[in-house]
Design a protein. Structure first.
Length: 113
């Protein structure tokens, strides 16, 4: 049986897709409510900032960003292939590098908190 690298790509893709489908809409709604001033005290800026200041929360938020971006990058790669762009190595390099760059930017931002 041949050894494949597919689990390395498909594992985070599946986890990111599931996480994005269930968690991200709730986070968007709660953030929108907080921005409009209709959020409970639990979602106040001070409490969310204090939450993001803890290391386990930083790791969880960075993981959420990484898995969501990885899932989006993999979907873009497959979409490009379906649209006829056959330079798969170039496309994969660009989209996965973008996902890693976005994750790196979010980690740098979280470290500043």
């Amino acid at each position: 049986m041949a050894i494949s690298n597919k689990p390395i790509v498909w594992g985070p893709f599946a986890a990111g897709g599931t996480l994005t489908a269930f968690v991200t809409p709730a986070l968007i709604l709660l953030t929108l409510l907080a921005a409009l001033g209709h959020a409970p005290d639990l979602l106040s800026y001070e409490r969310l900032h204090a939450f993001a200041g803890h290391w386990p929360a930083k790791l969880a938020l960075a993981g959420l960003v990484f898995l969501s971006l990885w899932s989006a990058a993999h979907r873009l790669r497959i979409t490009c292939y379906d649209l006829g762009i056959r330079a798969d190595i170039l496309v994969a390099t660009i989209v996965y590098a973008g996902a890693l760059a976005g994750t790196g930017a979010s980690v740098l931002y979280l470290l500043r908190i």
